[in-house]
Ligand binder design. Sequence first.
Ligand code: C5P
Length: 224
Amino acid sequence: FEHGVLNGKRVFITAGPTREALDPVRYISNHSSGKMGYALAEAALDAGASVKLISGPVTLTPPARAECVAVESAEQMLAAALDGIDCCDLFIAAAAVADYRPVDVAEHKIKKGSEEIMELRLVKNPDIVATVAGLAEMRPYTIGFAAETRDVIDYARSKLARKGLDLIIANDVSNPDIGFNSDDNAVTLVSADAEVSLPQASKRRLARQLITQIAALYSRTDSS
Ligand code: C5P
């Protein structure tokens, strides 16, 4: 791991889950721990970058040297991601964004009714990383994650194209030893013309290897 490979670079990282409110006391969310995003923030700082960490609700302590923006919903995460994006060199989307949110957020606590079945209407959330990748001007080098259970590389490659990303980090979440909520991960970086596999390691160690690889791939495109 080389210190300084991201000297002078501005990096935005999304991390953790989002929470989509149903009413003042309830929400839809997921089990993302935020560990991978926070480890990447730490590694990017150690590599010399200035980091904005945009995080959904997690129990982790953010690195002291990062600028931290705490958000709850996907819409708030998108707004925080676009704020200052013109100064962003690399955008890393490690957050587990809820795909859908409730159509209506009740102003008051929803009361239990007499019906056995209760239906929720949901609407698709904005795709944050695809929005950033689709920016017409001042578009950062944009990196996403793909958690898959089978045909990992093929799905990652199609997600790379569909979202217009520069790089996608694929991990196989069918293996309980790695991925969601676990301390370890193993990934493959997939870009249009490169494929690099990093074997199972702690998220901290893997984050440092990832930042090294990301900096190398990014430097091939960076003209500044
Ligand atoms: O489509 P899928 O959720 O599998 O894509 C995962 C990648 O897209 C991750 O990098 C995640 O952070 C990002 N994403 C996003 N906004 C969404 C959904 C996913 O930025 N609404």
